[in-house]
Design a protein around this ligand. Structure first.
Ligand code: ADE
Length: 226
């Protein structure tokens, strides 16, 4: 899978993309992530990528020209399944969307910064507007990182068997994973549930399903079906 990220401050992404499982996915050739700096597409001596909003108001708006140029270049080079604009005004990102995106070949993540992005970019190129939650970040870069992380770990081969995504929270009907423990079996007087230590796989599976469901209900305040 190839992900192109367009941003005015792509450096924000360099460190998290170079660590752990996401780094491993790239090294294995399972994911290719390309960062594009809007300043490289901006005109003039100062390479401004933003300007004041028409009609007044606070904040700066990303100018259309550098974004058009960057998108035109990428779209000329290959076909993209989706052009996603990260914005708090988008539809909420969730595990289902992560699953769907993980099956795509090429996607573009467009990060807004400052006050927002000239609407003409959205009108011409954007296929989906996506929010990672009901709060406002300083820019779309951290949101793009969340999407990249959630998507890449789902690509077949990225996680080893022991890290399998199939038993993740939200991937099962019950909703959440059961609590997990590791050694020591007693720590500061707190014991690991006996069922996990006893080694009966049927009992463990049942306990895990029940605990996952219980936690899901507690956190999401879902009423038990009668
Ligand atoms: N940009 C700023 N806030 C955001 C959010 N909550 N989700 C996605 N992109 C954003």
């Amino acid at each position: 899978m190839r992900i192109d990220v367009i941003s005015a401050v792509p450096k924000i992404l360099i460190s998290p993309l170079g660590e752990s499982i996401i780094k491993r996915a790239q090294n294995k050739g399972l994911a290719e992530i390309h960062l594009h700096d809007l300043k490289d597409y901006a005109a003039g001596k100062y390479r401004h990528v933003d300007d004041k909003p028409f009609g007044g108001g606070a904040g700066m708006v990303l100018k259309p020209e550098p974004v058009f140029k960057c998108l035109d270049k990428l779209l000329f080079e290959r076909r993209y399944d989706e052009v996603i604009y990260l914005t708090p005004q988008g539809t909420k990102f969730n595990q289902r969307k992560a699953n769907r995106l993980s099956m795509m070949k090429n996607i573009i993540l467009l990060c807004g910064h400052y006050k927002g992005l000239d609407q003409r970019v959205i009108d011409k190129y954007v296929t989906h507007e996506v929010s990672i939650g009901d709060y406002v970040l300083t820019g779309g870069e951290t949101a793009a990182m969340v999407v990249i992380d959630a998507v890449i770990r789902l690509i077949p081969g990225v996680l080893g068997d022991s890290e399998s995504a199939l038993t993740d929270s939200f991937q099962t009907e019950a909703g959440f994973d059961a609590p997990v423990y590791t050694r020591p079996a007693v720590y500061e007087g707190m014991e690991v549930p006996k069922v996990l230590v006893n080694g009966n796989h049927k009992d463990i599976e049942k306990w895990r399903a029940e605990e996952g469901t219980k936690k899901y209900r507690r956190v999401k305040r879902v009423k038990r079906k009668t």
